[in-house]
Design a protein around this ligand. Structure first.
Ligand code: PLP
Length: 430
């Protein structure tokens, strides 16, 4: 049997659909971020990174690095096994206490990634609630969709951020049926926020549980970095808050924070928690320092600088006529609308201007919604932003991509919103 043919065919199919992905070979320098070295086939170039989700640069914060190196020297490099086999390393206990406190919950549980925490928690909660109906926002991340699929619960998808549609589904399900509303606080490909307070209000009114993914918001929003629910003063109205340690907190791992009984039930039932090795203690110690720093005044300074650079980048790109998809968050998506052109634009940015941005294509976004997703950080200077704008304008002109007149930005927003229509996106998410 020529087994390799099947794999070659699978790759050819991806290439035919223009969905084959390649990753840049980068060498980050913690002291020089956002500059990095890019190893190419013929030479090594210095590039500026514009697409890191280490949003606040905590991954290179000297105190976080110090905690990780000291933790490794003291406790070793690995965790020594699953918690069932090898117990819980004390730095993980400290991290979970810190996270429970951050979200004002009784307990927290740390997983090996945010992806795993969604898979483990949603599937377990869906299975433990009898005859549960999961109501899921149509733009939910793949990890949440996988969690929903893995549970035996029935699921229904509500139109993105559409409270009337959610209410309709809640009413149809009936007051007494167990219902779990699963949504994100900040949708990272569009950069829009969920109406968290209103969703919590509907949940109360129709007797549903709420599960929020704050992966792109923890560390970044709220007076202590507790996310959008903290910013909006509604953390206590959300049953389960899920987050990552890999973005705003700059390290690795994911978690949920909730009532002790919910956390204990997930800990005791979820295979994706039970049967995999725990996070190394050094990593837990580093994450704890990042969470603590962002709870304090230093967090406010970083959050303010982050927002400033993101808003400046958005305004400068929009003023140059680049089609920025307008939104109120730190994410700067720029629409291309074609996978081939999206890839060519990012290749040209890298080769001609040393600007590194990954193309975002289907199925991460709906077809026709292909875009560049730019994530300014507090360490991107105004000069970096000016260089980005010049570079992108040059690429747009060279490839004959469409510019938008600044006066037409609102109209453009309506068009791009409509582009991500419900059935199209639903198919992309499934
Ligand atoms: N949830 C959302 C909304 C995400 O965008 C991601 C990853 O980007 C995850 C969960 C997974 O988090 P992690 O990268 O920690 O696995």
């Amino acid at each position: 049997m020529p087994y390799s043919r099947f794999f070659d065919d699978a790759i050819s199919k991806l290439k035919g659909e223009r969905r084959y992905r390649v990753f840049a070979d980068l060498e980050r320098d913690a002291k020089a971020f956002p500059r990095a070295l890019r190893h190419g086939p013929e030479r090594i170039d210095e590039v500026v990174i514009w697409c890191s989700n280490d949003y606040l640069c905590m991954g290179r914060h000297p105190r976080v690095i110090e905690a990780m190196t000291a933790g490794a020297v003291r406790h070793g490099a690995g965790a020594g096994g699953t918690r069932n086999i090898a117990g819980t390393n004390h730095p993980l206990v400290e991290l979970e206490a810190e996270l429970a406190d951050l979200h004002g919950k009784e307990a927290a549980l740390v997983f090996t990634s945010g992806w795993i925490s969604n898979l483990a928690a949603i599937s377990t909660i869906g299975d433990l609630l009898p005859d549960c109906l999961i109501l899921s926002d149509e733009f939910n991340h793949n990890s949440m969709i996988e969690g929903i699929r893995r549970s035996k619960a029935q699921r229904q998808i509500f139109r993105h951020n559409d409270l009337a549609h959610l209410e309709e589904l809640l009413i149809a399900a009936g007051h007494d049926r167990a219902k779990l509303i699963v949504f994100e606080s900040l949708y990272s490909m569009h950069g829009d926020f969920a109406p968290v307070a209103e969703i919590a209000g509907l949940a109360r009114r129709y007797n549903a549980m709420t599960y929020i993914d704050e992966v792109h918001a923890v560390g970044l929003y709220g007076p202590h970095g507790g996310g959008v629910a903290e910013r909006d003063g509604v953390m206590d109205q959300i049953d389960v808050i899920e987050g990552t340690l890999a973005k705003g907190f700059g390290t690795l791992g994911g978690y949920i924070a909730a009532k002790a009984s919910i956390v204990d039930a997930v800990r005791s039932h979820a295979p994706a928690f039970i049967f995999t090795t725990a996070l190394p203690p050094a990593l837990a110690a580093a994450a704890t320092v990042a969470v603590r720093l962002l709870k304090q005044e230093q967090g406010d300074v970083l959050r303010a600088q982050h927002q400033r650079q993101a808003m400046l980048a958005k305004h400068a790109l929009s003023a140059a006529g680049l089609p920025v998809m307008q939104n109120p968050s730190h994410i700067v998506p720029v629409l291309v609308g074609d996978p081939e052109l999206c890839k060519r634009a990012t290749d040209m940015l890298l080769d001609r201007h040393r600007v590194y941005i990954q193309p975002i294509n289907y199925p991460t976004v709906a077809r026709g919604g292909e875009r560049l997703r730019i994530t300014p950080t507090p360490l991107h200077t105004d000069a970096h932003i000016a260089h980005l704008v010049e570079s992108m304008a040059d690429v747009w002109r060279t490839l004959g991509l469409a510019f938008v007149e600044p006066a037409k930005i609102l109209e453009f927003k309506r068009e791009t919103d409509a582009r991500c229509t419900f059935p199209e996106f639903k198919r992309a998410a499934e």
